[in-house]
Write a protein that binds this ligand. Structure first.
Ligand SMILES: [Zn+2]
Length: 448
């Protein structure tokens, strides 16, 4: 459940790719859990060269048409999203309605004997069964598909090792914490949802605190930036935006992917900006500074803290709805389920279904707030750097490198887009120049 709980929390706090499984959370880009890169560098070079012949500042950088490959990646990604969504409901429904969940509980009871261990062992068996069921799909999405598009650098061994590590982290963390909701269910059948919502706040803060220092390094190497001259320029920009300490890290992602990204993670002492080494290779200096300015926006505007705050309200509403509906469903189907009380660990798939359902319903709202944060940061970096051209060109490169569809359809935007469409962002980078017309700036009071 922990993995699902974490997933739900994170969905609710709008950083839905911060999962143990991925280790890395793209904050800058579109949905990049499966990001490849486009190979057609010549086309990219052409569009930039064409623009360079015009006057430097006023020039409009055009949004390139996506290649057939990018569109095929987009369309197949949507089908896979739907398949994944259906499976995420179907599998726990089958496990629940066939009475298989009650069987797993019986096995766990035989092995564990004591309440605490029974709960932990049930969780471990359930997680391992799901891991095996999902393995072929994970292998296709996380390995085969990316290589098919000519995009991933990951060896099969590294992919497999990462999957096993994710499973290990989930098992360890889940077995350690899964007793908390079940203890609350046992002790307080009417108010558990309230106590669980309250407990979840320090819990999610703890996760965000430790992920950058304990979890992420299990999957990739993190360190200070290698290019010291570039690092100094980034630190100067950081200092101008009010970030005094050195909080910029480089991660060795080129062993896994050709995609590019940067993101903000952590909280308090572990708060930091992380750059994939691929983005350092593929963007030129001005473009990289624009991207860093965007991430500094997330940092300075405390978006992670805001996310936790708004997410906590979402969690509160969600657990209340789960509380209201779970009792009703259990009364109706308890004979098929093979258990009578929600405090029975066999109810885990029921909670997973309900949490999944309410998070799905809440997702468009969460996406809307996330897109608002992203637009704020695009504005932040433009006001900080005033480099419209580098901004627009950086995002043209990101579109190419990550095979993005610059103008996705309305259904995608409603259910999936945590970031504004990249085409709209390029348009914004071209357009937003209040300093030229004397209009007030939104963030200049934060700059030094
Ligand atoms: Zn962002």
């Amino acid at each position: 459940m922990l993995k699902y709980l974490i997933k739900i929390f994170i969905i609710l706090i709008f950083f839905n790719s911060l999962t143990f499984a991925q280790g890395i959370q793209p904050v800058l880009l579109n949905d990049t859990t499966t990001v490849p890169r486009i190979i057609d560098q010549s086309q990219l070079a052409d569009s930039i060269v064409a623009d360079l012949f015009q006057s430097p500042d006023s020039v409009i950088v055009h949004v390139p048409e996506p290649s057939e490959k990018a569109m095929s990646f987009y369309r197949s990604g949507n089908y896979l999203y739907i398949l994944n969504l259906l499976l995420s409901f179907l599998i726990p429904v089958v496990i629940l309605f066939t009475g298989f969940s009650a069987k797993i509980r019986d096995w766990a009871a035989k092995l564990g004997r004591q309440w605490f261990f029974v709960i932990g062992i049930y969780f471990a068996i359930y997680t391992i069964i799901l891991f095996i069921i999902y393995l072929p799909l994970s292998y296709y999405i996380g390995f085969i598909r990316l290589h098919d598009y000519g995009l991933s650098n990951q060896t099969l061994w590294k992919w497999f090792l990462n999957s096993i590590k994710s499973l290990g982290v989930t098992l360890a963390a889940g077995s350690l914490f899964i007793w908390i909701p079940y203890l609350l269910l046992k002790k307080s059948p009417k108010n558990w949802w309230l106590y669980l919502s309250i407990c979840s706040v320090p819990f999610i803060i703890l996760i965000i605190l430790i992920v950058p220092v304990w979890i992420d390094p299990l999957f990739n190497e993190f360190g200070p930036m290698k290019d010291k001259i570039l690092e100094q320029k980034i630190l100067d920009l950081a200092s101008r935006s009010g970030i005094e300490e050195s909080r910029v890290f480089e991660v060795n992602k080129s062993v896994d992917t050709e995609a590019v990204n940067a993101y903000v993670t952590g909280i308090g002492q572990t708060k930091r900006i992380v750059l994939w080494d691929t983005i350092i290779d593929k963007l030129d200096e001005d473009e990289l500074l624009i991207v860093m300015g965007h991430e500094m926006g997330h940092y300075v505007l405390n978006h992670i803290t805001w996310g936790i705050l708004i997410g906590s309200i979402g969690t509160f509403i969600m657990f209340y709805l789960v509380y209201r509906s779970s009792g009703y469903i259990l009364r109706r189907f308890k004979n098929r389920f093979g258990f009578e009380k929600l405090e029975d660990i066999a109810s885990l798939p029921l909670f997973i279904i309900l949490i999944g359902f309410y998070s799905f319903v809440g997702q468009p709202f969460a996406n809307g707030i996330s897109r608002y944060f992203e637009r704020e940061c695009d504005k932040f970096t433009l006001e900080l750097t005033r480099d419209n051209r580098a901004g627009a060109e950086a995002f043209v490169k990101l579109q190419h490198e990550n095979l993005s569809n610059p103008r996705p359809g309305p259904i995608y935007r409603f259910f999936r887009a945590t970031h504004p469409p990249i085409g709209e962002r390029i348009d914004f980078f071209n357009r937003y120049r209040p300093w030229e017309t004397g209009e007030p700036l939104k963030f200049d009071h934060l700059f030094r």
